[in-house]
Design a protein around this ligand. Structure first.
Ligand SMILES: [Zn+2]
Length: 263
């Protein structure tokens, strides 16, 4: 997890760039790349990476491993690679040839601080804080708000939640589970519980995600869950403290994304 201070620095940097190059409407990473004379190409490369930035013979080049150029995922990958260019420490490392060009993957599960920073930059570039704050102003937090923002900015639900998490708009937690195992989770700095129940990494059975893995039952709607269903070390007085859980399912990958928040 990045420090609040670092998040603010990166968010301000991204906001500045977004407003400079795309002051109105949707943020288009290609406009920014062109303005900075960074060449780029979309392709279908065999290697399993989503994006790559390279510094060679005095110029930068971005490879995007997708041909679906307007998809939220591709746009995020592009913005991530721009992060490696715009964040001073990342660019200097590329210029010095200290870090060999590293392939990046857009799955939010990296533990590498450099990747976490580039991901954070990407969501802040595509969803500039100054604009998102207006969208959230006096809005009740719910899944509809997430959907509305992701459509407006052409960003994935996951990237949108991760951005909203950093705005102190509402305490939020997000848990990604595959094959009944918790793959990764993140929460906003102000989320009241930090310890997930996950014996041997298994999804807690009484959570909504747990229900899917046990019974294959899917919920279209947001469902209330008790603190004790998801969290460890819940003080007795909070056993019945209620949260909301909204799940997004992908049967093909036996995958569930849980968004958890308090009313
Ligand atoms: Zn990267």
């Amino acid at each position: 997890m990045l420090s609040k201070k670092r998040e603010n620095e990166l968010s301000e940097l991204a906001d500045f760039i977004a407003n400079q190059y795309c002051p109105k409407g949707i943020i288009d990473p290609t406009i920014i790349a062109k303005a900075k004379q960074i060449s780029y190409c979309y392709g279908q490369y065999k290697n399993s990476f989503d994006g790559l930035i390279e510094y060679e013979a005095g110029s930068f080049h971005i490879y995007i491993n997708s041909k679906d150029i307007n998809s939220p995922r591709t746009r995020f990958t592009f913005a991530h690679e721009l992060g490696h260019y715009f964040i001073d420490e990342h660019r200097n490392a590329l210029l010095d040839g200290k870090t060999p060009s590293h392939p990046s993957n857009t799955n939010f599960s990296s533990k590498n601080p450099v990747e976490i920073e580039a991901d954070f930059f990407a969501s802040s570039l595509l969803m500039p804080k100054s604009r998102i704050k207006q969208d959230c102003f006096r809005q009740k937090f719910n899944f509809e708000l997430i959907e509305k923002i992701s459509q407006k900015y052409n960003t994935s639900i996951t990237a949108t939640i991760l951005k909203l998490m950093t705005l102190d708009h509402h305490p939020i937690m997000i848990v990604c589970s595959i094959n009944n195992n918790i793959k990764w989770f993140k929460y906003s700095h102000d989320f009241p519980f930090k310890w997930l129940k996950k014996p041997n990494g298994i999804v807690p059975k009484d959570s909504l995600a747990g229900e899917y893995f046990r019974t294959r039952k899917k919920h279209e709607k947001t469902v209330p869950v008790a603190a004790d269903d998801w969290f460890e070390y819940v003080p007795e007085r909070d056993y019945d403290r209620y949260f909301y859980e909204k799940c997004i399912y992908a049967d093909k990958h036996n995958f569930v994304l849980s968004i958890i928040w308090e009313d």
